[in-house]
Design a protein around this ligand. Structure first.
Ligand SMILES: Cc1cc2nc3c(=O)[nH]c(=O)nc-3n(C[C@H](O)[C@H](O)[C@H](O)COP(=O)(O)OP(=O)(O)OC[C@H]3O[C@@H](n4cnc5c(N)ncnc54)[C@H](O)[C@@H]3O)c2cc1C
Length: 269
């Protein structure tokens, strides 16, 4: 896979650096995919203390103080779907995933999204390549290795097209600017140069849904459980399922008790 721009090279380096720096909570998926559980707010005590506001004055200060009774209450709240106490614990994931995966992920509306912009930056010139497992259904390869080669060649030609045409737009803009035919960019400071920004906005229309994008996803635990329920199941598309299973793994490492009770509650509800 060719790296067509500096921004993509930097992201590739960052994936390596984050995976080394945070090995328990950052994982690579395939050629360019990545997910990291960057931050969390609250824990089991937050959920229990919130729930107990309606019944008692007992408050826990730390997870180490949890008794059997507390664990039973947590299990009860989970298995009986007491929703709001679980909305008080938050997770912030960063993931780099193909756009077609993001289109499914963003349907989980009860969460906060911040995504890489192809208006302010060139696209990430990396595209999803399905490995053999992704291409195989019940032992049968539905897309062959030769087909993947043709697909990869097509993706390369699209990123090459973007580079060539963007360079041509920049050349036209610079030439017009040198001749004093267009004023200096000023209308949108965030877009820096509005002419180049507009060229990027138009040319990104050619970028395929297999291209990777970069997202911060902030989500409360209630909504995260819904995501796990729906996207780790067999009927979810393979690629989003891989991300959801990895996200679940990272969550379980951070909150082993909560993860265990959530799993058990799912079996009983
Ligand atoms: C296997 C699978 C196939 C799918 N196929 C398609 C498809 O073909 N096309 C497609 O568009 N989507 C599809 N989806 C997406 C699906 O319809 C949901 O949009 C997605 O799973 C997010 O679920 P959610 O609405 O529960 O999550 P969130 O949007 O995070 O919502 C969480 C919960 O909040 C409540 N809620 C949120 N918004 C509203 C609202 N407006 N009104 C009332 N209650 C609300 C609901 O209780 C909801 O469960 C598919 C999902 C799966 C898992």
């Amino acid at each position: 896979m060719t790296i067509y721009n500096e921004g993509t090279r930097e992201i590739a380096e960052e994936i390596e650096a984050r995976t080394r720096a945070n090995p328990d909570f950052a994982r690579k998926l395939g050629d360019f995919g990545f997910i990291e559980l960057e931050d969390t707010w609250g824990d089991e005590t937050t959920i229990l203390n919130t729930a107990r506001v309606s019944t008692s004055n007992r408050r826990l200060r730390s997870v180490e103080d949890l008794t059997e009774k507390d664990r039973n209450l947590l299990f009860h709240l989970l298995s009986k779907h007491h929703g709001t106490p679980f909305e008080t614990v938050y997770f912030r994931f960063r993931f780099i995933a193909p756009i077609f995966v993001l289109r499914q992920w963003v349907k989980h509306r009860i969460s906060t999204w911040n995504e890489f912009s192809m208006r302010y930056r060139k696209p990430i010139s990396a595209y999803y390549v399905p490995d053999r497992k992704a291409r195989t259904v019940e032992g049968f390869e539905v897309v062959s290795a030769e087909q993947v080669e043709r697909y990869a060649a097509l993706m390369e030609s699209i990123f090459n097209f973007y580079e060539t045409e963007y360079r041509e737009s920049c050349r036209r803009i610079d030439e017009a600017s040198d001749k004093g035919l267009i004023p200096e960019g000023k209308s949108d400071p965030a877009a820096r140069n509005p002419y180049r920004a507009r060229a990027r906005e138009i040319l990104r229309s050619a970028i395929p849904v297999s291209a990777y994008s970069d997202v911060y996803w902030t989500v409360n635990f209630r909504s995260l459980m819904n995501f796990f329920d729906l996207r780790t199941k067999e009927n979810a598309q393979y690629e989003i399922r891989e991300y959801a299973l990895t996200a679940f793994d990272l969550f379980s490492k951070k909150f082993p008790l909560l993860s265990d009770l959530y799993r058990k509650a799912g079996q009983t509800s």
